[in-house]
Design a protein around this ligand. Structure first.
Ligand code: PGA
Length: 248
């Protein structure tokens, strides 16, 4: 199976011109890497132009967040339906940086269900802010999963990508160890199977948080994940090329 790389550009780069340059590189890397599926998530303002310029199939497109209602009085928002209309195939839901700005489990739940209805792949992000020896991070992740998937029928669970992103590793200096990821992957699978039944056994899990060209391969080999959600390294031309190379 191809490994998955979600390139979450966040609020980068500063200009459309630079975004086009970065996208040129992203395309090139995708063409040269048959064993990696790249999903690019540019800022909403650049999305349409980049999407419209691309006729091939090697790169898929995600929006970084979107509202569950199709239209309405929500200043500054974009909707999942609008994202689908301009060619998005994926939508990131519940990213830690959105949760920190108030996105609740209840909203995440509505968004996951709406995305599936619009035939977009939800990339459902979960992860704890801190860890202690008491293991409460497992409780929190289980709660985020149960809530986020509450309206998903068991037969649809396999369409979802679960991105486990420990908040303390996002934008940090160091990723979580692949071994700890492996443990968490087992826990995630168990939680989703308990909630949705055996069909969830094959749920696709990604890891995100301080991934770069030095740790990507190890995380895929030993972390029990099928892909990576990459922030900073996805907007650095050199690092991104080396990262995808390492997986390919
Ligand atoms: P990072 O971000 O790779 O810059 O740590 C990851 C993320 O937020 O998804």
């Amino acid at each position: 199976m191809r490994s998955i790389v979600v390139a979450n550009w966040k609020m980068n780069p500063a200009t459309l011109k630079d975004a086009k340059k970065l996208f040129e590189l992203t395309k090139k890397v995708a063409e040269e890497s048959p064993n990696v599926s790249i999903i690019v998530a540019p800022p909403a303002l650049y999305f349409r132009e980049l999407r419209a310029s691309y006729k091939k199939k090697r790169v898929a497109f995600a929006v970084q967040h979107a509202h569950f209602e199709a239209t309405g009085s929500h200043t500054g928002e974009i909707s999942i339906a609008q994202a689908a209309d301009v060619g998005a195939t994926h939508v990131i839901i519940g990213h830690a940086e959105r949760r920190a700005r108030g996105e609740s489990d209840a909203e995440v739940r509505l968004k996951v269900a709406t995305a599936l209805k619009e035939h977009l792949v939800p990339i459902l992000c979960v992860g704890e802010s801190r860890r202690s020896n008491s293991g409460e991070h497992f409780t929190l992740v289980a709660q985020q999963l149960r809530e986020g998937l509450a309206d998903v029928q068991p037969a649809k669970v396999s369409k979802i990508l679960i991105a486990y992103e420990p908040v303390w590793a996002i934008g940090g200096a160091k990723a979580m160890s692949a071994r700890d990821m492996h443990e968490m992957a087992i826990f995630i699978r168990k939680t989703v199977v308990e909630a949705k039944g055996k069909e969830a056994m094959n749920i696709k899990i990604l890891y995100g948080g301080s991934i770069d060209e030095t740790n990507a391969r190890g995380m895929l080999d030993e972390g029990d994940v099928v892909g990576l959600l990459v922030g900073r390294a996805s907007t650095d031309l050199k690092k991104f090329t080396a990262l995808v190379d390492a997986l390919n």
